[in-house]
Design a protein around this ligand. Structure first.
Ligand code: BGC
Length: 285
């Protein structure tokens, strides 16, 4: 440990018991069939929340997440909706109120990638990514705010009228060649989140972003040939020398959704093992 050069840190996260800080709360998680969304949904359930799991195409994945939510002793409701479609989003929030009675937490997570060199990026590549990753977050946040206002505050549940967590990315500040549509959407989320936070603070609606770096998700692992290659490529960009796990995102989201973070508002929490610290400057500029 003292000899930094000889020390190779474990590529695994610490295991800790989850505190029941969300007892009685109801959460809606978009894009909950796998990856970060699934990790967050399960963590919210372990902290005491019932969860509506949104998915668009991967029903089997969403069912797997539902099993884990139920194993934590909480209720899981599945709902298929394209978050970029206004009518489907409105129906989903109606189902949330009908089936779980209220909404306390929105995890605005659904996202995808359609990568291409800039001059080959098609209109469909552009619109698909902006439609899901940015417009989708707008539509879900707007419905959540409407629900929060209708249902009113209940201090026995939370000191906030409602909580919204926008799942962004380190690419809300790190430019990303070959992914201009994705970085544009994430950069947009940052100012959408801050502007909403500024406008809605007086209502006690608490809004923050969680910006993950490289997380071990299907979206990331599929891109590379093997697990070893995935790690070799990515660890170069991560000073803390471990890949993030969906559970890391889950734990951070639980904290941001709970009253433990009641004074945290309009903030972005980077969950990236230091990826945003310009690691290439670690040995001098
Ligand atoms: C992307 C990942 C990428 C990470 C770091 C995330 O937003 O979804 O594919 O590995 O940023 O570049």
């Amino acid at each position: 440990m003292s000899d930094q050069k000889g020390y190779s840190p474990p590529n695994e996260m610490p295991r800790r018991p989850m505190a029941s800080v969300l007892t009685g709360q109801k959460a809606l998680v978009t894009g909950a069939s796998k990856g970060v969304g699934a990790g967050i949904a399960v963590a919210l359930a372990q902290a005491g929340a019932d969860v509506l799991l949104n998915y668009n195409s991967d029903r089997a994945g969403a069912e797997q997440t539902a099993d884990e939510v139920r194993a934590a002793g909480r209720t899981a409701v599945l709902f298929k909706a394209d978050v970029g479609n206004e009518g489907e989003v409105i129906s989903m929030f109606r189902a949330m109120t009908e089936q779980l009675g209220r909404i306390d937490i929105l995890i605005n997570n659904a996202g995808l990638q359609r990568n291409a060199p800039f001059d080959q990026m098609t209109m469909a590549d552009w619109q698909t990514v902006i439609g899901t990753n940015l417009t989708g977050q707008f539509l879900c946040a707007r419905e959540a705010v409407r629900c929060f206002k209708r249902q009113g505050i209940d201090r026995s549940i939370s000191y906030a009228l409602g909580k919204i967590i926008c799942i962004s990315s380190v690419h809300d500040v790190i430019p990303w060649a070959g992914h201009v549509n994705y970085a544009t959407a994430k950069g947009g989320i940052m100012l959408m989140m801050k502007s909403m936070a500024q406008e809605l603070a007086p209502l006690r609606i608490r809004i923050n972003s969680l910006s993950p770096g490289a997380i071990r998700t299907p979206m990331n692992v599929e891109k590379l040939t093997s697990q070893e290659e995935f790690e070799r490529q990515l660890l170069k960009f991560i000073p803390y020398k471990r890949i993030g796990e969906p559970e890391d995102c889950g734990r951070a989201a639980v904290w941001l959704a709970s009253d433990d973070s009641d004074y945290v508002h309009g903030a972005t929490l980077y969950l990236d093992g230091g990826m945003t610290l310009y690691p290439e400057f670690a040995h001098g500029g």
